[in-house]
Design a protein around this ligand. Structure first.
Ligand SMILES: Nc1nc2c(ncn2[C@@H]2O[C@H](COP(=O)(O)OP(=O)(O)OP(=O)(O)O)[C@@H](O)[C@H]2O)c(=O)[nH]1
Length: 323
């Protein structure tokens, strides 16, 4: 960054500067700006800030401004500052360090105004004060809109991270997050909470006979059977591998067993299509049902459902066992 002249001795005019648009006394302003340096930057050269904040107005070329690079908060947002536009107003006004990284996009010329002089200009020119307020208001709106977009995106990715990619069911991370709350809500309101643990039968054999891709398709089919048969208030989770789980709030043991029987029935009726010409053999699953007892936590509930599932396997598979 090299000084090539002062504003007073350059060919640039007050009318070239957006912040001074509609200024009422150009002569007085020109006098104040006369000794301000005009600096030249080569393309890709960075603006080097001294200890004190400055206002930079692009006279020729363009600047790229990337946010907060020194705080590790950089998010890839880059704005382009074109001739007549300025950057650094906020740092000048609040006397905070400018945390943006400012680089010339092309060979550029900048008017550099010190903070004290910006305040003098504000005292001198109502037009500049108004333009500055308008600019800051625009920047605040843009920053708020960006924040809202980022929040929405964050929530979208959070939701996505809770979904199993293969089956579309909730995943283990979701379960770890939500089950403790469901258990304490059930205890708090004295409402029943049922859990059905589900494991596909002889799934290793299915994979071995039909291939892993057909196995994946079978898992998707099983997931569809579960999601298609539940109330909107119930949840289906892929617990891991070929193990799934269904959570039924407000459901007694008797009703949960009936639901598991219905799921078991629908599972064996479902057809797994590898391709449209070749329906694959049916799948079956075993089901272990448990309902939350007083003093039980989520691990106890899962352990009881697991034990019931083990019994269903022992007793011949494709069936339901309860605690
Ligand atoms: N295709 C596919 N297979 C999976 C996936 N996750 C786990 N498996 C398979 O599921 C099979 C589970 O086998 P086992 O735990 O021996 O149980 P099983 O053969 O179902 O036997 P039982 O549970 O006793 O009826 C393994 O062969 C795993 O490779 C998956 O995402 N896709």
């Amino acid at each position: 960054m090299k000084q090539i002249s002062t504003f007073g001795s350059s060919s640039y005019r007050i009318s070239d500067l957006q912040l001074l648009r509609n200024s009422d006394d150009d002569a007085a302003i020109a006098k104040l700006l006369a000794n301000c340096p005009v600096m030249r930057l080569k393309a890709d050269e960075a603006v080097t800030e001294s200890n004190r904040a400055h206002l930079y107005i692009v006279l020729r070329g363009a600047l790229s401004v990337a946010t907060d690079t020194r705080t590790g908060m950089a998010d890839g947002t880059v704005s382009k500052i074109l001739p007549g536009e300025s950057i650094g107003e906020q740092s000048v006004l609040d006397e905070e360090a400018n945390l943006s990284s400012i680089t010339a996009l092309d060979d550029s010329e900048l008017l550099v105004i010190e903070a004290d002089l910006v305040w003098k200009l504000i005292d001198e020119s109502n037009a500049l004060a108004r333009n500055l307020l308008r600019l800051l208001s625009f920047r605040i709106r843009a920053a708020n809109a960006q924040l809202r977009r980022r929040q929405k995106l964050g929530e979208f990715y959070r939701q996505l991270s809770m979904i199993d990619g293969l089956t579309g069911l909730y995943n283990r991370a979701w379960l770890n997050d939500l089950l403790p709350t469901m258990v304490s809500t059930a205890h708090g309101s004295n409402a029943p909470l049922a859990l059905i643990m589900i494991d596909l039968d002889h799934f290793k054999r299915f994979n071995d006979s039909h291939g892993h891709l057909a196995g994946d398709q079978a898992l998707r089919t099983a997931a569809q059977v579960l999601s298609g048969a539940l109330r909107p208030t119930d949840f289906a989770v892929r617990y891991g591998g070929e193990e799934m789980m269904v959570l039924l709030p407000d459901t007694s043991d008797k009703v949960a067993v009936a639901v598991a029987e219905r799921l078991c029935e629908r599972m064996q009726q479902a057809t797994v299509f590898g391709d449209m010409r070749l329906p694959l053999p049916h799948i079956t699953a075993s089901f272990g049902v448990a309902t939350l007892q007083p003093q039980q936590n989520e691990q106890d509930l899962i352990a009881v459902a697991d034990a019931a599932l083990y019994r269903a396997k022992e007793e011949g598979r494709n069936r339901v066992a309860s605690q």
